[in-house]
Design a protein around this ligand. Structure first.
Ligand SMILES: [Zn+2]
Ligand SMILES: [Zn+2]
Length: 242
């Protein structure tokens, strides 16, 4: 307790985007918070903003695109729109050696993880980094976010199974940048494998990542998990490119 107090005095919390001082366990300062947009009404299939007219009378919660050609996961829970202060925060977490930002940012992810757990998910798994990248960075940001969100969204005595290294990235893929959706799919094909398939059998899995761009990486991970026997895969991402 005292140590925590001393740490707080020595290293007060700072805004994840602009580094201004903020109250403890707050991700963004007041100015940056204005540049953060939460995704509320989104398509359940792809996580993109959707309108009631788009959902039409189907009541499926899915956009036209997803009804015609669904992605392999059964539900997407995006939290923030990628851009502005959110992008800054994610980059600071990943590339700025600011691992501690996983705490306030993971807290933002907690309601989505809680909602997925309420919907029947019983297993949590992060999108993995390639071992070489993991060595460079020292941590997997998706796992860091997931650990915080899981702790904060805990509601019942039965805790979900957290499988930190359930998936392996067996091929280091280049940064996907502005590749087209089709070439993204090609680049990530065959890049993942399940370490020990026993853990996936019949499990309802929540796959967690920091950023969802087109969903190619998450879709590839989902296909691998379903092939390994998972009953269902849902997806949660801190930021969704919209
Ligand atoms: Zn700020
Ligand atoms: Zn959709």
């Amino acid at each position: 307790m005292l140590l925590q107090l001393v740490a707080r005095l020595l290293w007060p919390a700072r805004c994840a985007a602009c580094n201004a001082f903020v109250p403890e366990s707050t991700a963004f300062c007041e100015n940056c918070a204005l540049l953060v947009s939460e995704l509320e009404q989104v398509c359940h299939g792809c996580g993109l903003p959707t309108s009631e007219t788009d959902d039409g009378r189907s009541g499926s919660g899915r956009c036209h695109g997803c009804r015609a050609k669904p992605l392999p996961f059964s539900r997407v829970w995006p939290v923030l729109a990628y851009g502005g202060a959110t992008t800054e925060a994610v980059l600071h977490l990943k590339h700025g050696r600011r691992r501690h930002l996983a705490r306030p940012l993971g807290a933002l992810l907690a309601p989505a993880v809680g909602a997925a757990l309420d919907s029947g998910v019983n297993t949590l798994c992060p999108v993995p980094l390639h071992p070489r990248r993991l060595r460079q960075r020292g941590f997997n940001q998706a796992l860091e976010l997931l650990r915080v969100a899981e702790r904060l969204s805990r509601r019942t005595a039965t805790r979900p199974l957290l499988v930190p290294d359930g998936l392996r990235r067996i091929r280091d893929t280049p940064a996907l940048g502005w590749e087209s959706p089709a070439s993204r799919r090609r680049i990530v094909a065959g890049a993942f494998s399940v370490k020990r398939p026993e853990w996936t059998k019949g499990r309802r899995i929540l796959l967690v990542d920091d950023v969802m761009t087109t969903g190619a990486t998450l879709a590839e991970c989902t296909r691998v998990l379903l092939k390994a026997g998972a009953a269902e895969v849902q997806v949660v991402a801190l930021a969704r490119v919209v």
